[in-house]
Design a binder for this molecule. Structure first.
Ligand code: GTP
Ligand code: MG
Length: 406
């Protein structure tokens, strides 16, 4: 992994520098505003420093591809990252800034203590069980730490294949002997890179048609209510809804209830051919959320209706961004999630939205499915409360949780 720092008079300038240097797959790990102190305050302006990271293989590819464009880093994402963990503070830039080692210790201390305690306990268990992580005990001073982290990942339902890949990467790039803190920090960063840049709904002026598709009962309608509320009440957008769910008797009523609380119009459509006309009727609205009936991915006929509806909009030439959220509950088994994603593969560019994080402690499937599909992750929901129980994916929080942290 390549980790580099860039400075600029503002975030945009620093990100542009990273863009020129690292290319499209880089991920911003951290953004800091560096304040001038003492006499320097008079002569020099504050500046922004970002820490960006890139997988080595992507770096090599960038060089070959003559540096493609940087992935979109929304100002929202940047703001969010300002409050996020700073693992790589450069001690030399600002003498008053906390030292790198202090920051790592502070941010990862709970994980560290927990893992160390566990290490002692597992020494006992190891004698009884034969666990087989990717790391090889021979000549590897880091074996215990890596094995612990590997087991933690498996415990959180990261697949064996993905846990092995993470551990192998770390093992290959590590010094002969590293302490638990630095191994943990490397794994943590690796996981963040694997999650990639989340893609929430862009908060810009372009009109948006947003589809919510997925299995029955995962929370599509509830999630629409949460997002519609955010866009209408917090971001002052004009919002409308369309429901293609006339399948369940109470479905239209459910959406109507949310819509009337939010005071937004709802159109009901009965077949895929009606969608374009319905959107045109709502031409005054910036955001149109389209609810669909939960479909078993095994019922290909029903699934094809949804795909047809989306294709109709794509082919209509409507001037709007089309966003598709494939909504899945994290409580669903990995194998079923894979089948669901496969069922909608032909849509190509859906984003992953995971619900019901409050119902499980094991979030490994989010990483597994992200890596299986390559699709961006967007939002997670963590309860039934509208509008509060939703957030743009916080990859730092997810990565910590996969390592057993709070
Ligand atoms: N615990 C929990 N429950 C949720 C969450 N999101 C939605 N629910 C609940 O899940 C149930 C189903 O939610 P809906 O929004 O109706 O799900 P849906 O995907 O629209 O269902 P269908 O339209 O029948 O396919 C409701 O009881 C919701 O309150 C969540 O994040 N956590
Ligand atoms: Mg519904």
């Amino acid at each position: 992994m390549i980790v580099k720092k860039y400075t600029g008079k503002d975030e945009t300038e620093a990100v542009m520098k990273a863009k020129d240097d690292l290319g499209s797959n880089a991920v911003v790990l951290n953004v800091r505003t560096m304040k001038q102190r003492g006499l320097a305050k008079v002569f020099k302006k504050d500046f922004v420093e970002i820490t960006a990271a890139l997988e080595e293989k992507d770096f090599a590819q960038n060089v070959n591809n003559n540096k493609p464009t940087f992935s979109r880093v929304s100002s929202e994402a940047i703001k969010k990252q300002q409050s996020q963990i700073n693992l790589l503070a450069d001690d030399s830039v600002n003498p008053h800034a906390p030292k790198q080692s202090e920051i790592i210790e502070k941010k990862l201390d709970s994980l560290h203590d927990m893992l160390r305690n566990q290490m002692v306990r597992e020494e006992e268990t190891d004698k009884k069980e034969d666990i087989k992580p990717a790391v090889k005990p021979e000549n590897n001073a880091n074996f215990k730490s890596l094995k612990l982290i590997y087991n933690k990942l498996l415990e959180n339902e990261v697949s064996e294949k993905n846990a092995n890949a993470i551990i192998n990467d770390i093992e290959n790039s590590m010094k002969k002997e590293s302490n638990l803190d630095s191994i943990l920090a490397s794994v943590y960063q690796k996981i963040i890179l694997k999650f990639g840049e989340p893609e929430a709904i862009e908060d810009d002026e372009r009109r948006k048609i947003v589809f919510f598709i997925g299995p029955t009962g995962v929370g599509k309608t509830t999630t629409i209510a949460k997002l519609a509320s955010d866009f209408k009440l917090t971001r002052s957008k004009s919002v409308a809804m369309i429901t293609a769910d006339t399948y369940r008797i109470a479905a239209v009523e459910q959406l109507n209830t949310y819509a009337s609380i939010l005071d937004v119009p709802v159109n009901v459509i009965y077949s895929p051919s009606e969608i374009v006309e319905s959107i045109e009727e709502l031409s005054d609205y910036q955001m149109i959320f389209v609810d669909t009936a939960g479909r078993s991915h095994k019922n290909t006929e029903q699934r094809d209706e949804i795909i047809e509806m989306i294709s109709n909009v794509r082919n209509s030439g409507i001037d709007a961004d089309i966003i598709i959220f494939l909504v899945m509950s994290v409580t669903t088994k990995y194998r079923d999630m894979v089948n669901i994603c496969d069922a909608y593969k032909s849509l190509n560019d859906y984003r992953l939205l995971f619900t019901k994080l409050d119902e499980t402690d094991s979030l490994g499937n989010i990483l597994n499915i992200k890596l299986y599909t390559g699709a961006p992750i967007s939002y997670t929901t963590c309860g039934q409360n509208v509008p509060d129980d939703i957030e743009s994916v916080d990859v730092q929080k997810l990565a910590k949780s996969l390592l057993g942290g709070e």
